[in-house]
Design a protein around this ligand. Structure first.
Ligand SMILES: [Zn+2]
Length: 248
């Protein structure tokens, strides 16, 4: 049976057909009516915080974060011990645009979608976590990437009692805005991460540049006989796959 939306629902749909695109300076000034609302912002990830945990242990029932208490993980909400908690990416970043910087937590499901891996995959990959590697390179590689982030503004954000913003969606600016301006080369070549980024699917939008195949391969560094090939020009962020290169 077809459900007729009540006036509340209807209002909700009409009021927010697409989240407004704001600058970081605007986001910091949002008034209380923006609490619990979504807004969008085009940012560059300036820094990934490698000093905080890159995942949370979460309750397998309710999804809340669980803490170790006397050697056991316990969910306060479910009031039970969790023998084997689930793991959720927790990526704390400092992002910027031309108007300022903003601390943003990137969402687990979007990180999974972009990497094609979940937190367990990363934790048990010796190229990501080992005695020598303290922070997974795949997560660190979010640095210098551009996204259109959708933020869910909290009460605390508008009351200015919390300056960390929660992202719920990450999109490629090219796909969202149809903007084909390529990333600056200096941004890419200054990236200390030595992964090769490979397009794992043929770009499926007709607006994609015709250089999406192997012709975009750029030999970015040839010093000391060490070379890393990067294909990055206009690569839709949601579609790349990060492949580790062997260290010699
Ligand atoms: Zn729980």
């Amino acid at each position: 049976m077809l459900e007729i939306p009540n006036s509340d629902k209807l209002e909700e749909v009409v009021a927010e057909p697409i989240s407004p695109m704001l600058s970081i300076a605007d986001i910091k000034q949002l008034s209380h009516e923006y609490a619990k609302r979504k807004i969008r912002c085009q940012i560059t990830v300036k820094k990934v915080d490698v000093n905080t945990n890159w995942y949370d242990n979460v309750c397998t029932t309710c999804g809340d974060e669980v803490q170790l208490q006397e050697g056991r993980f316990r969910c306060e909400k479910c009031v039970r011990n969790i023998p084997f908690p689930d793991k959720r990416f927790r990526l704390a970043t400092i992002c910027n645009d031309e108007t300022g910087v903003l601390a943003i937590l990137l969402p687990d499901d979007e990180i999974q979608r972009i990497l094609g891996k979940n937190a367990f995959d990363i934790e048990y990959d010796e190229n990501e976590v080992s005695a020598e590697i303290t922070f997974p390179p795949s997560l660190k590689s979010f640095e210098k990437k551009q996204f259109v982030v959708t933020l869910l503004i909290t009460d605390q954000n508008v009351k200015k009692t919390c300056s960390v913003y929660n992202a719920i969606e990450l999109n490629d600016p090219v796909e969202v805005l149809g903007n084909h301006s390529p990333l600056k080369k200096q941004d890419i070549t200054s990236d200390p991460i030595s992964e090769t980024m490979v397009v794992d699917r043929t770009p499926d939008t007709s607006s994609s540049p015709p250089t999406g195949k192997s012709t975009t391969k750029v030999r970015s560094r040839t010093t000391d006989g060490e070379a890393s090939d990067s294909m990055y020009e206009n690569v839709p962020l949601a579609k790349f796959k990060i492949v580790k290169t062997e260290k010699k």
